[in-house]
Design a binder for this molecule. Sequence first.
Ligand SMILES: Cc1cc2nc3c(=O)[nH]c(=O)nc-3n(C[C@H](O)[C@H](O)[C@H](O)COP(=O)(O)O)c2cc1C
Length: 242
Amino acid sequence: MDTLADQALPEDQVGLLEGLMTTRAIRRYVDEPIPPAALRAMLFAATRAPSGSNRQPFRFIVLTDGPRAREAKRLIGSVARALWASKRKADGYDEGSGAEADSPKARMAQTMAHYVDNFERVPALVLPCFVRYRAPSTFEGASIYPAVQNLLLAARALGYGGVITGFHGGVNDELKALLEIPENTIIAATVTLGRPVGHHGPVRRRPMSELVFEESWGEVPDWAVDPPGTRHTSAGPPQGRR
Ligand SMILES: Cc1cc2nc3c(=O)[nH]c(=O)nc-3n(C[C@H](O)[C@H](O)[C@H](O)COP(=O)(O)O)c2cc1C
């Protein structure tokens, strides 16, 4: 019988550039497991990421439906619900346009509420970990987050979706004990993956001309023009307050 080891990876469903520009945060998933062949392709892509000196300090714990997976989802789910409840209040998600059921703010709040309330049902939870090999530095993330983005892009390539979150932060010690993560290793993110409910679509960001400079800070190159039809958003903290 053909085993996975004999099989090539599945075909991409989307070209690279289009995939890059349509890899949105996906927080609603169809309630079905991700087949091993798809997990394999996503994690293979993640493990092909670059790192300093090609040291490959990234490791990935994939949690689907085993007993520890269920416990990890429960731990992270309870933190996620508490974090979202306080963010919802602090950021006024139910005030202003948030009071209108169909406003972007209200829809975001509904998506977040659905996400955290159903956290235990996410098809796959992946904890990308970083094996620290020298004193902590502000640059060490550069050897783990490209791999995390590869994971999301590979998911997109196969018709899946996911989101990076920081939810593990509140239960770091519990997760490390549960999953037997070594002392010198940090959990770098909490990523959930699954088949999206709804469609992929172009991400919205600020115009390129606000973000790309040439020669010196603030000098916008002539070529920094967004393609036709690009839609923008300046959501997030106002500039200058980051
Ligand atoms: C470093 C980082 C931390 C994030 N933390 C969270 C989080 O804790 N919870 C969450 O729901 N989304 C989280 N996100 C997802 C962002 O909210 C999302 O990528 C951003 O709003 C852009 O959304 P879009 O790609 O759908 O346009 C995080 C993303 C990054 C890169």
